[in-house]
Design a protein around this ligand. Structure first.
Ligand SMILES: Cc1cc2nc3c(=O)[nH]c(=O)nc-3n(C[C@H](O)[C@H](O)[C@H](O)COP(=O)(O)OP(=O)(O)OC[C@H]3O[C@@H](n4cnc5c(N)ncnc54)[C@H](O)[C@@H]3O)c2cc1C
Length: 418
C-alpha cells in the first residue's frame, strides 16, 4: 500500500497529483472465498479489515450492491460517543471509542476524528438526576463523564437560549469530553484501502440476491454477478438486515424506519462541540466545512426509501430553534434519509445466527456509526472463532427470546419511542 505522508504529498505535487495509485483495487468476484461479507458500509469494511489483520483471514470478499459507504455510513450525522448507562453498551462503545482515538494512524488515512466533546442538555431536576446516574455508571465503567451546572453549560455553549423565557429552560448537562465527530466517507475509504492492502476483495455493484445452503448450513451467496461459494457469510447491511436475512429464511426482531438529517449553509465557526437537546430529540454539530449538521427522530412509518418527509424536518427545526434561537435565520442546504434497522430494545445484534456459517451485524438503530471500528473488531472475532467476543456476547439474537434485553432507554418494544 502506497503510504500517505508529507513526503508523498510533496512528490505528487510536483506532477500535479496525476499519478497517485488507486486507493483500492476493483476486482471481479472469485468463485469462492473463505469469508464473504454482505454490505460495503463502514461495518462490513471494518470487519474485513480486522478479519485480515487480527485473524489472518485474507481470502475475504466484501460484496456491495452499490458503492461503498453509500448507505448509512455516508448519510449519518457522525456523532461518536460512549456515554451509555448499561454496562454491556458502555464497555462495547468505549472499546470502539478507544479504536477511534488511533484510527487515522492505524489506517494511514485521515478519518478527521475530532474529540470536540458531546454535551447532553438537561431541562429538569429529574433529568439532572438521570444524568447523574448515567455519569456515575460511566465513571464506574472507566469512561469520562462530567455533570455540568447550568452556568457551566452556558459558558461552554453561549449560543444556547439560557434565558428564563426559554421554552425548556436549561438545568445543566452531562459532558463527555472524549466524544466528538469524524468524517463519515473517510471511515469507509480508510477501512477499504487498508483491507484491500491485506488482500481483501472489495466488489462494488454486486448485490446479494439469495443464499446457498445445504440443510442448516450456509455455503455461499447468489449475486447479480453470479454465485459465490463461501465458508462463512457475515451480513452487515444495516437498514436492509431484515430483507437480506429473510433470503436465508430468518425473521429478525427489526423494523426499518427512515431517519433524516439536514445541513445548513456554511457559516463561520460558531459551535465547537456536539450538543443534544434534552426536551426533544435533536442533536447538532458544525462540520469542518462550516455547515450545521443536525437531526432528530425517525419518520414514523416503515420504509426502505432513502428520502424522508417535511413534517419531521419541521419538528426537528422547531427543537433546534427552541435550543439555539439563532438557527431560525439559517437556510437549509440539504436534507436526506437513511434506512434505520431498529431493534425492539434499541441495542444492536452482533451474533451467530441459527444457521451454521451465517453471522449477523445489524440492528444499529440511531447509533451505529460510532460503533464502526468496535463492531468490525468483535464481528471479525465472532466470524473467525465461531463464537462471540466477550464484548458482543450480550448482543445475541437469543436475548429476544430469553428476555435478557438491553433496553438502554427503557423505551420498550416500540422503535418510534427509542
Ligand atoms: C440520518 C442518520 C443519522 C445518523 N447519525 C448517527 C450518528 O450521529 N452517530 C452514530 O453513531 N450513528 C448514526 N447513524 C447510524 C449509522 O449511520 C449507522 O448505524 C451505521 O452507519 C451503519 O453502518 P453499516 O456499515 O452497518 O451500514 P451501511 O453504511 O448502510 O452499509 C450497509 C451496506 O449494505 C449494502 N447492501 C444492502 N443490501 C445489500 C445486498 N443485498 N447486497 C449487497 N449489499 C447490500 C448497502 O448498499 C450499504 O452500502 C445515523 C444514521 C442516519 C441515517
Amino acid at each position: 500500500m502506497a503510504g500517505y505522508s508529507i513526503g508523498a504529498l510533496i512528490r505528487h505535487a510536483l506532477t500535479r497529483h496525476r499519478h497517485w495509485p488507486r486507493a483500492w483495487r476493483d476486482p471481479a468476484p472469485k468463485p469462492a472465498y473463505d469469508v464473504v461479507i454482505v454490505g460495503g458500509g463502514g461495518h462490513g469494511l471494518a470487519t474485513a479489515y480486522y478479519l485480515a489483520k487480527n485473524h489472518g483471514l485474507t481470502n475475504v470478499a466484501v460484496l456491495e450492491k452499490g458503492w461503498i459507504g453509500g448507505g448509512n455510513t455516508g448519510r449519518n450525522t457522525t456523532i461518536v460517543r460512549s456515554n451509555y448507562l448499561l454496562r454491556a453498551n458502555a464497555l462495547f462503545y468505549e472499546h470502539s471509542l478507544k479504536l477511534w482515538e488511533t484510527l487515522s494512524q492505524e489506517l494511514d488515512f485521515n478519518v478527521m476524528f475530532s474529540q470536540r466533546g458531546v454535551l447532553n442538555l438537561a431541562h429538569s431536576k429529574a433529568q439532572m438526576d438521570a444524568y447523574a446516574r448515567r455519569g456515575n455508571a460511566m465513571r464506574l465503567n472507566g469512561i469520562d463523564a462530567e455533570l455540568l451546572s447550568r452556568e457551566q453549560v452556558l459558558k461552554l455553549v453561549p449560543l444556547l437560549d439560557g434565558s428564563a423565557q426559554a421554552r425548556f429552560p436549561i438545568e445543566g448537562g452531562l459532558w463527555q469530553g472524549r466524544g466528538g465527530t469524524a468524517r463519515h466517507d473517510a471511515v469507509a475509504w480508510g477501512f477499504a484501502r487498508a483491507a484491500d492492502a491485506r488482500g481483501v476483495d472489495i466488489v462494488e455493484n454486486c448485490e446479494v440476491t439469495g443464499f446457498r445452503r445445504t440443510g442448516d448450513r450456509i455455503t455461499g451467496v447468489e449475486t447479480t454477478r453470479g454465485p459465490i461459494a463461501a465458508g462463512k457469510v457475515g451480513i452487515a447491511v444495516a437498514g436492509h438486515s431484515s430483507h437480506v436475512a429473510a433470503m436465508a429464511g430468518l425473521r429478525l426482531p427489526i423494523e426499518s424506519h427512515l431517519l433524516q438529517a439536514c445541513v445548513s449553509e456554511p457559516l463561520k465557526p460558531l459551535l465547537d462541540t456536539v450538543v443534544t437537546f434534552g426536551a426533544g430529540h435533536f442533536y447538532i454539530s458544525q462540520s469542518d466545512k462550516g455547515g450545521l449538521v443536525f437531526g432528530g427522530d425517525l419518520d414514523g412509518y416503515n420504509s426502505y426509501a432513502q428520502r424522508g418527509n417535511l413534517p419531521m424536518i419541521e419538528e426537528v427545526a422547531s427543537c433546534g430553534v427552541a435550543m439555539l434561537p439563532c438557527l431560525s435565520r439559517l437556510r437549509l442546504v440539504r436534507h436526506w434519509a437513511g434506512v434505520m434497522d431498529m431493534t425492539m430494545d434499541g441495542s444492536p445484534i452482533i451474533a451467530k445466527t441459527p444457521l451454521e456459517g451465517l453471522y449477523l451485524d445489524g440492528g444499529w438503530c440511531y447509533g451505529g456509526f460510532k460503533a464502526t471500528p468496535g463492531s468490525g473488531w468483535v464481528f471479525a472475532h465472532t466470524i473467525a472463532n465461531d463464537a462471540p467476543h466477550p464484548l458482543n456476547a450480550p448482543f445475541s439474537l437469543e436475548r429476544f427470546a430469553s428476555g435478557a434485553l438491553l433496553d438502554e432507554k427503557g423505551a420498550g418494544p416500540t422503535p418510534g419511542w427509542h
